[in-house]
Design a protein around this ligand. Structure first.
Ligand SMILES: Nc1ncnc2c1ncn2[C@@H]1O[C@H](COP(=O)(O)OP(=O)(O)OP(=O)(O)O)[C@@H](O)[C@H]1O
Ligand SMILES: [Mg+2]
Length: 450
C-alpha cells in the first residue's frame, strides 16, 4: 500500500488539504495539484498509480485534464469527484477510462473505500496482464491452439498450490518452458527454481548432486557440498527427465520426500526439505512401471497433477505463430528477418515435426543464419524429413513369385509415390530427391498411369 502513488487534483484549498492529510495517513504517496496545468506538469515528472480528479478547475475542464493525464499515463486509474454528477458527464468520464465517481460532499471513509476497490481492480488487471502479457510468465509461451490453451489454464490454476506437478510430453514440446512458467506463477516465485537434468548427471554422481555430500564420504569427496534439494530451499525443485533416475536413487528420493527431510551422502544430521516438486519426462512412466523400471509408489508421489503437453503435429495451427516468433528471435537485426512465402508456411504446417517446437526453432535459426533478410522458398528447406525414414510397408506391396523386372518396376512405382507424398505432391522437389530430371519423373508417372 505504501508504494501507491496518487495524484490529487483539487482546487478547493480546504478540501485539498483535508484529503491530502487523510490519504497521507493511509499511506498513499500523494501529490496535490491545484489546477490543470499543475496536474499535467506533475505527470511529466513522475508516474502515478491513481488519480483523484476534481471536475471544476479554475483553468480548465477537469475531464479534459483527465483525458490528458490518462493519455500520458495509460496505466493510471482514475476516480472522479464532482459537485453535480450528470449522466452526460458520467458517460464522458467513463469513456475516458475513469473507474468510478464520488459526489461531493462525501465522507472520507467512503472515498478511501472506493480507492481500495480501485486498487483491487488494478492488481487483478495486473495479474491478468502478468499471466498473458509479453513479459509475463505465460506470455513467453506462444500458442493459439485450444489444446495447449487448456494446458496453460490448468497450469495457471495449479501454480497457486503446493501440489507436485508432472509435465509430460514428447521431446521439444516445451516442458522446460512450462516448468519455468509454473514456478514464476507460484507463491514460491521469489525463491529459487533449481532445475536438475537427471539424464545429464552420471549415475555415480547423482546421489551426491541431489542430496549433497559430506567430506570424506567416499574417495574423491574432498569437501562437503550441499545438494540440489538444499539449493531449492524455499523454491521449486524441477527434476527434469525423471524417467532416467536409477532404481537406487528413486528409492532414496521416495523416502526423503515422505520424511520431508534428508541427509547428505555420508552425513548424519538431517536437513529439512522445503520445496515444491516439479517433474518432467518424455518417457511413458506407466509402461516403465509395468516393465519394472520405475517405482509405482514414486510415480504416485510425483504425479499429484499431471499436464500432458500435446505434440506440435497435434496443434498445427501453432506452427505459423511459432515460426514468426522464432524469426523475430533469430534475426540479428530487424532488417535481416527472413520472410516466408505462403507455400513455405503451408509446407511447414504439413511436416510431422518429430522434434516438435525445438525442431522448428532449429530450422528457423538455421534459415536465419543462412539467408538473412531473404525470402525463403521451398528449395531452401532441408530435404523432407521423410528422407531417411524406413520404407516400411512398401515391401509388403510386392508379392513374391513375380519376375525381378516386374518387382523392380513395382518397387519404383511405390517408392516414387512415397517421395511424392513427402513433398506434398511437388514434382520438382521429388525429382531432386530422386536424383532424376523433372522430365524423366514426368515420363515415369505417365508410364505408371498408362
Ligand atoms: N509454445 C512455445 N512458445 C515459444 N517457444 C517454445 C514453445 N514451446 C517450446 N518452445 C521453445 O522450444 C525449445 C524447446 O522447448 P523445451 O526445452 O521447453 O522442451 P522440452 O519439452 O523440455 O524438451 P526435451 O524433452 O527435449 O527436454 C525451447 O527453446 C523453448 O523455448
Ligand atoms: Mg527439457
Amino acid at each position: 500500500m505504501n508504494a501507491v502513488k496518487l495524484l490529487l487534483v483539487e482546487d478547493d484549498p480546504l478540501l485539498g488539504e483535508a484529503l491530502y492529510e487523510a490519504l497521507d495517513r493511509k499511506g498513499y504517496r500523494t501529490r496535490l495539484a491545484v489546477c490543470g496545468a499543475e496536474a499535467l506538469s506533475a505527470c511529466c515528472d513522475e508516474s502515478f498509480d491513481l488519480v483523484l480528479q476534481d471536475v471544476r478547475l479554475p483553468d480548465a475542464d477537469g475531464l479534459d485534464v483527465l483525458a490528458d493525464i490518462l493519455a500520458a499515463q495509460p496505466r493510471c486509474h482514475a476516480l472522479v469527484m464532482t459537485g453535480q454528477a450528470t449522466v452526460e458527464m458520467a458517460v464522458r468520464a467513463m469513456k475516458l477510462g475513469a473507474f468510478d465517481f464520488i459526489t461531493k460532499p462525501f465522507p472520507v471513509d467512503v472515498l478511501l473505500m472506493k480507492l481500495e476497490r480501485l486498487l483491487e481492480f488494478r492488481s487483478l488487471e495486473k495479474k491478468v496482464a502478468d499471466l498473458t502479457g509479453a513479459g509475463g510468465a505465460l506470455g513467453r509461451i506462444v500458442t493459439r491452439a485450444p489444446a495447449m490453451q487448456a494446458v496453460l489454464d490448468t497450469l495457471a490454476v495449479v501454480a497457486d498450490s503446493e501440489a507436485s506437478v508432472l509435465l509430460l510430453g514428447e521431446s521439444g514440446t516445451g516442458k522446460e518452458l512450462l516448468g519455468e512458467a509454473l514456478h514464476s506463477l507460484s507463491p514460491r516465485s521469489a525463491g529459487p527454481l533449481v532445475r536438475v537434468n537427471c539424464a545429464a548427471i552420471p549415475e555415480s554422481l547423482i546421489e551426491a548432486e541431489l542430496f549433497g555430500v559430506e567430506r570424506g564420504a567416499y574417495t574423491g569427496a574432498e569437501r562437503s557440498r550441499p545438494g540440489y534439494l538444499e539449493f531449492a530451499h524455499g523454491g521449486t525443485l524441477f527434476l527434469d527427465e525423471i524417467g532416467e533416475l536409477s532404481q537406487a536413487v528413486q528409492a532414496k528420493l521416495l523416502r526423503v520426500l515422505g520424511e520431508r527431510s534428508s541427509t547428505r551422502v555420508g552425513g548424519t544430521s538431517p536437513y529439512e526439505l522445503n520445496f515444491r516438486l516439479l517433474c518432467a519426462t518424455n518417457r511413458d512412466l506407466p509402461a516403465m512401471i509395468a516393465a519394472g523400471e520405475f517405482r509405482e509408489d514414486l510415480y504416485y508421489r510425483i504425479n499429484v497433477i499431471s499436464l500432458q503437453i500435446p505434440p506440435l503435429r497435434e496443434r498445427r495451427e501453432d506452427i505459423p505463430l511459432l515460426a514468426a516468433h522464432f524469426i523475430e528471435r533469430f534475426s540479428s537485426d530487424p532488417g535481416k528477418k527472413i520472410r516466408m512465402t505462403p507455400e513455405v508456411l503451408e509446407r511447414l504446417m504439413l511436416l510431422p515435426w518429430p522434434g516438435n517446437v525445438r525442431e522448428l526453432s532449429n530450422l528457423i535459426e538455421q534459415l536465419s543464419l543462412l539467408y538473412p533478410g531473404q525470402q525463403i522458398h521451398q528449395r531452401h528447406l532441408p530435404p523432407s524429413p521423410a528422407n531417411g525414414q524406413p520404407l516400411g510397408t512398401i515391401f509388403e506391396k510386392i508379392t513374391v513369385g513375380i519376375p525381378l523386372k516386374e518387382a523392380i518396376t513395382e518397387f519404383e512405382r511405390h517408392y516414387i509415390d512415397r517421395v511424392l507424398s513427402s513433398t506434398g505432391g511437388r514434382k520438382s522437389r521429388a525429382a531432386e530427391i530422386l536424383g532424376v530430371s523433372r522430365k524423366s519423373l514426368w515420363e515415369k508417372l505417365r508410364e505408371e498411369s498408362a
